[in-house]
Design a protein around this ligand. Structure first.
Ligand SMILES: C[S@@+](CC[C@H](N)C(=O)[O-])C[C@H]1O[C@@H](n2cnc3c(N)ncnc32)[C@H](O)[C@@H]1O
Length: 408
């Protein structure tokens, strides 16, 4: 299947089921799609806990949703090749100062970066330049790393010096005018888990300059745009033809998979979800308005100790005066009950997580192909290491690479 065929088929399926994945069960005590697919909702609500966890981890295998939804077709459409990596395992000592999981991701990603003779390497949004250091040591070449936080640049320079890696970290806001000066037709730009607008900017500047790109995209919802702006012409045509649209919540769906979250974090999220749903019921009663009210999120460790304290905190955030005599235990139980229902109903939405993520990666692929690149799109590691395991490897076709304006 070509990239364009996959992109087109996924657009068709996403458009067909848009009412189902677009809707957030968390915000709707009465789910709008329930009247359209009542048996699907009943089947989901009847799922035992073990099935819920299994389907959250692996939505495409033995799914009871297949009676209603195109599970098999979606599984085929998201099955991208595992791209073969180059080179040998790196010495473990090179991972000093890097978290274990990050180091394993860097090793897997690094094997995707083919460095041609005379190519200059740039790491985009580098943090402390962990990837840049490993690249420099692996290929015995200097690497330029761009990062806008001075403290990270400083820490990265110190790490590079200590390890004898030829990495120069430059304080650079990649969104600012002039960022294009780091890229030309002999550059290979690399970015591991660069967020929405940051990697969009990279692709646009790289296509202008004719630079090669190795990119693992991430966090598509981190964008200044309220509505998704396709990068490619084909993406724009497909969205128009099929009436597809994505807001920030939709884009967040593409990166919601949390297979790597530790058990404690998952439990914290469950409790936070139940308490928010308990508060949701309370605020609807108190305000006399049957509508969802977004409450800011709280970092791990900042959550109040009790449900009652949480509701008082949330009410203060929203300027709501809570009445006396609230049945706190009853309300908390209602929150947990709704949490259990929401978790089940969300399984329908989550079936479209990976299709959406792959579609967004294909939009980036199509953009580069339209600019005269050859692009490989696949996975660079197992999803247990990181669910954000898609990689685009792109090289401007030779003739155009040395004359970047030829395709314009
Ligand atoms: C998600 S982290 C990825 C870091 C590194 N690539 C990694 O995989 O660990 C994104 C990095 O981009 C940096 N960043 C965010 N906005 C930026 C901007 N406008 N210009 C340059 N760097 C930016 C952040 O400070 C952060 O270090």
């Amino acid at each position: 299947m070509t990239h364009a065929e996959r992109f087109t088929h996924l657009a068709e399926r996403l458009a067909e089921w848009q009412p189902l994945w677009h809707c957030l069960p968390f915000q709707h005590p009465r789910l709008p799609w329930r009247s359209r697919w009542p048996q699907l909702a009943e089947a989901l609500l009847a799922l035992p806990e073990s099935e819920v966890s299994r389907l959250q981890e692996d939505p495409f295998t033995d799914s009871p949703l297949a009676a209603w939804l195109p599970v098999g077709e979606l599984a085929r459409l998201v099955a991208l090749p595992a791209l073969a990596g180059q080179g040998e395992a790196l010495p473990e000592a090179w991972g000093d100062g890097i978290g274990e999981r990050k180091w394993r991701q860097i090793q897997a990603f690094l094997s995707q970066v083919e460095v041609a003779k005379d190519e200059a390497l740039v790491e985009w949004c580098a943090g402390k330049g962990h990837l840049a250091r490993a690249l420099s040591r692996c290929h015995a070449i200097p690497v330029t790393a761009l990062e806008w936080q001075p403290a990270l640049c400083e820490a990265g320079e110190a790490l590079a010096e200590r390890q004898g890696a030829r990495v120069s970290l430059h304080e650079q806001d990649v969104m600012a005018e002039g960022a294009e000066r780091w890229l030309d037709a002999r550059t290979r730009a690399t970015a591991l888990h660069a967020c929405g607008d940051l990697h969009r900017r990279l692709l646009e500047l790289a296509a202008e300059a004719g630079s090669a790109v190795t990119l693992a995209p991430c966090c598509y919802q981190r964008t200044a745009d309220d509505a998704y702006r396709p990068l490619s012409r084909l993406g724009a045509e497909l969205m128009t033809a099929h009436g597809l649209a994505f807001n920030r919540d939709d884009l967040a769906l593409a990166v919601q998979e949390t297979v790597t979250a530790p058990r404690g974090v998952r439990r914290h999220r469950q409790r936070a979800g139940a308490w928010r749903l308990g508060f949701d019921r309370l605020q609807r009663q108190v305000r006399g308005v049957d509508a969802y009210l977004p409450v800011p999120s709280l970092a791990y460790g900042q959550m109040p100790e009790t449900f009652k304290a949480f509701c008082h905190w949330a009410a203060r955030q929203k300027g709501i005066a809570l009445p006396a005599g609230v049945d706190w235990p009853g309300l908390e139980a209602a929150g947990w009950d709704r949490q259990s229902r929401v978790t089940r109903l969300e399984l329908a939405r989550h079936l479209f997580r990976r299709p959406l993520e792959v579609w967004l990666a294909l939009d980036r692929t199509a953009f580069l192909e339209e600019a005269g690149y050859s692009v490989s799109l696949g996975t660079f590691c197992d999803r247990k290491l990181t669910p954000r395991n898609l990689v685009l490897r792109a090289l401007r076709d030779h003739a155009q690479r040395h004359s970047p304006t030829a395709s314009r």
